[in-house]
Design a protein around this ligand. Structure first.
Ligand code: SF4
Ligand code: SF4
Length: 427
């Protein structure tokens, strides 16, 4: 028997690989298969490649890595597979193998290392925000857009509008519940979310308090490791997961609330991520059991705060890490339907990724651009007055292609309704 091409550290399991019966039901929902019609860029093809590598019949370097790198990790295939194939587990096992065993070209390595040296660190992001604000005020962006290579051009185009006051603001550590307390929760304020989408965190605190939840927001938290986990940077993801668990498990709370789809899906996976570490497995599972997306938690609570009318046609975009990865589709919709006047509409091809996918739109800018443009056309097809989605990555990706539709996190729309304010992208 030939040796496997994977190393011995958690390779994709033979049992999970054997679950695929090659029926092809997943193909129409796979964005990369839709783009290129190439079998090896479909879920079935990628599972076949993993199978070959597990048998030692293909090396990891070369075509194998190219097709795995091209996967968005959107998990639409997990939703559509009638045989229950756990492609999420297979990909989570495969990406670290690539990161450990396949040398990347120098420019690729530097670019990826640069992303991971910046994004998970709030202080560095704040320093970058100062530079970003000056840069955005200068004439450089227009000039750079013409001369930068595709990846840097994409990074520039995705850069959020920097608001320094928000970037440096800190959240109150404790917000009391209004009225009779119903739950005590802790909030993950995040890294990118806290610096560039601070107003989503403040809206989350206000809505939770208005709905009878006391909110604790510990200062010593940081990145939850989601970006690293989805990119196969396992040591980084494990270290961030342990820090996050150690920070939150000290708090006497019923739930840990998160308002970023990608972070929530990772935090619910900590038990699996740390399954081989006896000191952490039980702690990780206890932590994950308490994690709730903000819309998931609000849907569990009978609405208490008065909602004011917002007459608007609102399109809801399902973030892949909320819909496909966590199965949370109905809760955000039911929460938004509690707002009188909101006419909630779904998007055509709602199950197809917008191309954001963590760092995907920076490292694979061309397919991300095609997917972003498709999603923009699908948004325009329903002519909404507002677009809401629960992931900052999706917001940045869609803002690039839709500058005429205001975009909010669902909790911001609910916050505006509870406060009787006009919904606006500004805090
Ligand atoms: S992953 Fe599921 S849907 Fe896709 S080919 Fe395999 S069994 Fe069929
Ligand atoms: S995760 Fe998304 S891009 Fe990757 S194989 Fe599945 S459907 Fe295709």
């Amino acid at each position: 028997m030939t040796d496997s091409s994977f190393d011995a550290t958690n390779p994709p399991s033979r049992e999970l690989l054997n679950d695929c019966v090659h029926c092809g039901f997943c193909l129409p929902t796979c964005p990369t298969y839709q783009l290129w019609g190439e079998e090896m860029d479909s879920p079935r093809g990628r599972i076949y490649l993993m199978d070959l590598a597990e048998r030692g019949e293909i090396e990891l370097e070369g075509a194998f890595t190219e097709h795995i790198d091209a996967c968005l990790g959107c998990m639409a295939c997990v939703t559509s597979c009638p045989s229950g194939v756990q492609y999420d587990r297979l990909l989570e096992a495969t990406r670290p193998q690539v990161e450990r065993n396949v040398p990347r070209a120098r420019s690729d390595r530097w670019f990826r290392n640069g992303i991971f040296a910046l994004f998970p660190y709030r202080r560095r992001l704040r320093a970058a925000a100062v530079g970003g604000a000056l840069y955005q005020k200068s004439r450089l962006p227009a000039l750079a857009a013409r001369v930068l290579p595709p990846r840097l051009r994409a990074a520039q185009a995705l850069m959020p509008q920097v608001r320094l006051r928000s970037a440096f603001a800190s959240l109150p550590r404790r917000v009391r519940a209004e009225g009779e307390p119903r739950r005590r929760v802790a909030l993950l304020s995040g890294c990118v979310q806290d610096v560039f989408f601070h107003e989503v965190n403040t809206a989350t605190q206000r809505v939770l308090a208005a709905e009878g939840c006391e909110v604790l927001t510990p200062r010593d938290q940081g990145c939850c490791g989601a970006l690293g986990l989805h990119a196969g940077r396992e040591p980084h993801a494990r270290e961030r997961a342990k820090h996050t668990i150690a920070t939150f498990e000290k708090l006497p709370v019923d739930n840990i609330v998160v308002n970023v789809a990608g972070c929530g899906s990772s935090m619910k996976e900590y038990g699996h991520l740390l399954a081989d570490d006896p000191e952490w497995t039980d702690r990780a599972e206890a932590f994950s059991a308490k994690v709730r997306d903000i819309t998931e938690l609000l849907a569990e609570l009978e609405p208490r705060a008065e909602r004011h009318r917002i007459d608007a046609k609102v399109a809801y975009h399902d973030a892949c890490h909320l819909g496909h990865a966590q199965g949370i589709r109905e809760q955000p919709r039911s929460v938004l339907r509690t707002i009188p006047g909101v006419d909630l509409v779904d998007l055509p091809d709602a199950e197809i990724c917008c191309g954001s996918a963590g760092i995907y739109n920076m490292v694979n800018p061309e397919p991300a651009e095609e997917l972003g443009e498709r999603k923009a056309r699908n948004v325009q097809a329903v002519s909404p007055e507002l677009l809401v989605t629960a992931n900052p990555g999706c917001l940045l990706q869609l803002r690039r292609y839709l500058d005429d539709v205001p975009m909010l996190h669902p909790v911001q729309l609910l916050d505006a309704s509870i406060r009787g304010r006009r919904p606006t992208e500004d805090p």
